[in-house]
Design a protein around this ligand. Structure first.
Ligand code: GLA
Length: 736
């Protein structure tokens, strides 16, 4: 049993972790433990309280003791306004204007399998996997009921949490803040690792100690954002890639979020994670309920890498869905950096043809094929092919591509609307704007109001028409701006605070409908690169364009950061031309291929500009990638050095049984008289011999030696050189 219930004591076990909570005599749901797997015995002895001045006592308890305070107790879901002065999980606006709530435990309930959330993405259980615990809490004054959901996927080492709030009272209540997770640690110092960035430079890793006060990352941009990722880790200060206790939290949501940490007066640490409260309020009439998004949690005693590998597997196997979840993704050639908006149908076909000759399997027609769209200032919303520009219908173009032996893919930005479009002229109220205010433009465009069901229906219809009218087998679902001026003509004034969340729910409804109508189509999402790189999108689209930066050296840190919480199989990554369009940097083709193939692989360049040697090299890259696809995409992923290493970034994929491994190293710096770079190889079997092909020769070493002594990365002979080193097992050392 992964969930053990002993009266009011609830213990959850996964392969490597245990989580425990208990409802105490006053009905407070205490958090007792989350960490390395242990027994189910009651750990409440560990909650020792003193009389802490200025931390008051709930009325009932305060009659007899001053040692019981909500301001100091570790709790599962705390409320604002009733004596817990720290960051809290829930804040409500009561009918009398007060902002207080006090949740008391009512009952616990075990459900078979893993819960699902209507209209929201969530991890799902496979056959025989998963259990759910629901803890019912209530506020006796307002009648609000809060259901805390815990999904336990024991073999995956994952616990998920979600929350449903129901108004069982007789008057409307407004939620001002409703988080998905609270986690309290009673002691211990932590570092937190977050991912920050900007457009074209996403997923930088920041590691800082948790200090007194409140620290947070979040987004009020309508999207999860390039600036901060809805993923973070907490670890012991001495934790490394391969050792130490670490926790990971992934918010399965594609909109505004807030992940807050507070180290309190007693050196306790609290994490709160949920929808960002700044643009959120939700009115619950009597009988209404609201589900809050899921957070996925993992603990590992094997360091940062241990947590990453738990997330890689869980997201790959229990979040991604559909036929493309396990099927090898096609190697694509995309025309964006080859042509931008300036193309004809014949040019597209010749790019596709050259791509096919090199081994590509899918041609993706990017922006500019529809409406009036020869630059990025017009046309968004008019999803009608520009036949004059294409020289034929979209169907005919798709068929020409198919005749080359390639599949045909299409770029769309369904959430965008240009002022200069038929759609805007016909439906100005469908754009997100506040009446009487000039809207903020971004990339010269506005946002379509996806919170409205008529807009959702329109887009479902328009996209369905395109996908059924032409042989399209792939969609790049882009979104090229953040959202502000939040307002919907379809919502009353008292509900405008619901806009941002309703927008995301609308997006999910549209994606759910389209992915079920077109189950064979591979959807890749994109938010101007990594603007919506989150676990929520992965539920609908098994890959996400990693960044608008295709420079291989910049991609090292982008993909390194993303790999903290996301499987590399979901990171869209392409080989582009040199000099790089973003940086002007010139990198060897081998380096560009070695980096891009650790992702959803493709090419984004004009093959017409390649020499025959380069074309042959690309053919070889594609053959190598196909041969090692399972190892790269389904193997265990290890980060061996970080991008801030003085010489090179190295990483590894190993098949889980340790039979084969591929180590890739990319130099960011060459120096005369170089000092050899050595890395310790992970995931091998100590007692097997390995044949090491390091690109300069072949030698034999035992798994134990490669783990303990390490592997020498050959020196770089040119700038930005990459090495791909294959390690294949060849017999047991015991037999020698
Ligand atoms: C975004 C995407 C690019 C490309 C352009 C087209 O920036 O990230 O890959 O599709 O839009 O306008």
């Amino acid at each position: 049993m992964s969930i053990v219930i002993d009266k009011n004591l609830f213990t959850l076990h996964t392969r490597g972790a245990t989580y425990q909570m208990k409802a105490d005599q006053w009905g407070t749901l205490l958090h007792l433990y989350y960490g390395e797997r242990t027994d189910s015995s009651d750990k409440s002895y560990f909650v020792q309280q003193n009389d802490v001045g200025f931390s008051g006592n709930p009325y009932e308890a305060g009659q007899t003791t001053r040692r019981y305070s909500l301001d100091t107790l570790p709790q599962e879901y705390s409320c604002f306004g009733t004596g817990d002065y720290r960051i809290t999980a829930m804040r409500v606006q009561n009918p009398d204007g007060s902002q207080a709530a006090g949740l008391r435990f009512r009952s616990g309930e075990l459900l078979p399998g893993k819960y699902a959330i209507p209209g929201l993405p969530a991890l799902y259980a496979q056959e025989g996997q998963g259990e759910t615990l629901v803890l019912h809490m209530e506020d006796h004054v307002s009648g609000l009921e809060v259901e805390l959901y815990y999904g336990v996927l024991e073999d995956l080492d994952i616990i998920t949490r979600a929350v449903r709030i129901i108004n069982r009272g007789t008057e409307a209540v407004t939620l001002e803040k409703a988080a998905s997770v609270q986690l309290d640690w009673q002691w211990g110092a932590f570092d937190w690792l977050s991912l920050y960035g900007r457009h074209s430079m996403e997923q930088n890793v920041q590691r800082t100690p948790v200090r007194h006060g409140v620290q947070s990352v979040g987004s009020v941009r309508g999207i999860s954002s390039h600036q901060y990722s809805p993923f973070l880790m907490l670890c012991e200060p001495n934790a490394t890639e391969n050792s130490g206790s670490c926790y990971g939290f992934s918010f399965v949501y594609s909109g505004e979020f807030l992940m807050e940490l507070e180290k309190d007066q007693l050196e306790q640490t609290r994490l709160i994670c949920g929808i960002h409260p700044d643009n959120f309020s939700w009115r619950l009439e009597p009988g209404d309920s609201l589900w809050l998004p899921e957070t996925v949690m993992a603990f590992s005693a094997q360091g940062i890498g241990g947590v990453s590998r738990i997330f890689h597997r869980a997201l790959r196997e229990n979040l991604c869905r559909g036929v493309w979840k396990d099927k090898r993704r096609p190697i694509l050639i995309n025309n964006w950096e080859a042509t931008y908006f300036d193309f004809t149908g014949d040019q597209l076909v010749s790019i596709a043809q050259a791509g096919a000759e090199m081994g590509a399997e899918l041609f993706v027609l990017d922006d500019g094929w529809f409406g009036k769209r020869d630059e990025d200032i017009s046309g968004l919303g008019d999803w009608v092919p520009n036949e004059e520009k294409l020289g034929c219908t979209l169907k005919e173009l798709g068929e020409r591509i198919q005749a080359l032996g390639l599949d045909f893919g299409l770029w769309l930005e369904p959430e965008g609307i240009s002022e200069d479009s038929e759609l805007y002229r016909n439906h100005p109220d469908w754009a997100v704007e506040i009446p009487g205010r000039k809207p903020c433009l971004s990339r010269s465009q506005l946002v379509l109001d996806f919170s409205r069901s008529d807009v959702q229906d329109y887009i479902i219809g328009a996209v369905s028409k395109i996908l059924s009218g032409a042989p399209v087998s792939y969609v790049k679902w882009d979104f090229n701006r953040a959202i502000c001026d939040k307002f919907s003509h379809a919502l009353p004034a008292g509900r405008q605070g619901e806009f941002a969340h309703r927008y995301v729910l609308g997006l999910y409804r549209v994606l759910e409908e389209l992915t079920s109508r077109f189950p064979e189509v591979l959807f890749e999402s994109c938010g101007g690169g990594g603007g919506r790189f989150d676990a929520g999108m992965l539920y609908y689209t098994p890959q996400i364009w990693g960044s608008d930066t295709t420079d291989a050296i910049e991609r090292l840190s982008i993909q390194y950061g993303a790999s903290l919480g996301f499987p590399i199989s979901c990171i869209g990554s392409h080989v582009a031309a040199v000099p790089s369009h973003q940086t002007g940097r010139i990198t060897p083709l081998n380096t560009r291929g070695s980096v891009a193939m650790f992702g959803a692989f493709g090419y984004e360049l004009d093959p017409g500009s390649l020499s025959s040697e380069e074309k042959a090299a690309i053919r070889a890259q594609i053959t190598f990638y196909k041969e090692h696809y399972d190892l790269i995409h389904h193997g265990d992923y290890y980060r061996l050095t970080a991008p801030d290493h003085p010489n090179c970034t190295a990483w590894e994929a190993a098949v889980p049984d340790g039979g084969t491994a591929l180590v890739t190293a990319v130099y960011h710096r060459v120096s005369p008289n170089p000092i050899p770079v050595r890395v310790r190889v992970q995931g091998l079997r100590d007692n097997l011999w390995y044949e090491v092909s390091d690109g300069t020769g072949v030698y034999r070493a035992s798994g134990a030696s490669l783990r303990q002594c390490g592997l020498v990365i050959p020196a770089a002979k040119e700038e930005y050189q990459a090495w791909q080193m294959l390690l294949r097992s060849g017999g047991s050392c015991d037999e020698d």
